[in-house]
Design a protein around this ligand. Sequence first.
Ligand code: ZN
Length: 268
Amino acid sequence: MSGQRVNDPVVDWLDADTVQIRQPKASHWEAPFLYLLFGRERALLIDTGATSDEAVFPLRATIDSLIADWLRRRPAVFVRPYPLVVAHSHAHGDHIAGDALLRRRPGTRVVGTSPAEVIGYFGFRSWPDETVTFDLGRRLIDVIGGPGHEPSAVVFFDRQTGILFTGDTVLPAHLYVRDLPQFRATIERLIRFRDDPPAPVRELRGAHIEMSSAPGVHYPPGTVDQPDEAPLPLRPGILDRVLSALDDLRGEPGERVVRRRFIVVLDR
Ligand SMILES: [Zn+2]
């Protein structure tokens, strides 16, 4: 497409109310995925990317223009300014750096990134075992406790699209396990959710792609050019394969278990 600059985000509308945004590799090799979900009363942005410089990755301009586009098609949405909640899959820097670009945006609430702030904002009374709902206005999001990769991690489930937004917990990439008992409990929690869901779980979308389309073959960290990437969406059955890979760990720091679509790494 003409007019696309190298640092422009890659924007995909997954349905009329759901946007997938990828920070371009040219602006940061981590190239995380962000998601913007629109409801009748507010929108939810999941993650803000790896850069806090609007000139490097124009997050504020991108979000403003997507919200304006959506509101133009939804004249019945009457709340003005239309509120935006910015929350996170987890607190690692490549998912929260862009918070600084949105903090002063009108009508915008940026949820804090500590476990206490995440628990408090979403109203968990029994963290991390409880699943809580978050209403965007005729659109319910289930928020599932997800520590193990990082202590404040959550998984968002969107009943409208059937997508589980799994951050850095389950994705076609390295699954860095920082706390094995917690990580395992999170995968078991996601399996229970998948098997008894409030709406059918269609697929998982995480925050990075590091695998190539060849089974078990990954691009090393720092790779900018990934011409043969694996697809981002994973089928719900992948959760069973992640659990079985965790079973194969013997507990040695740095240990790796390679599977077709992901690589489990025991971080510490
Ligand atoms: Zn992470």
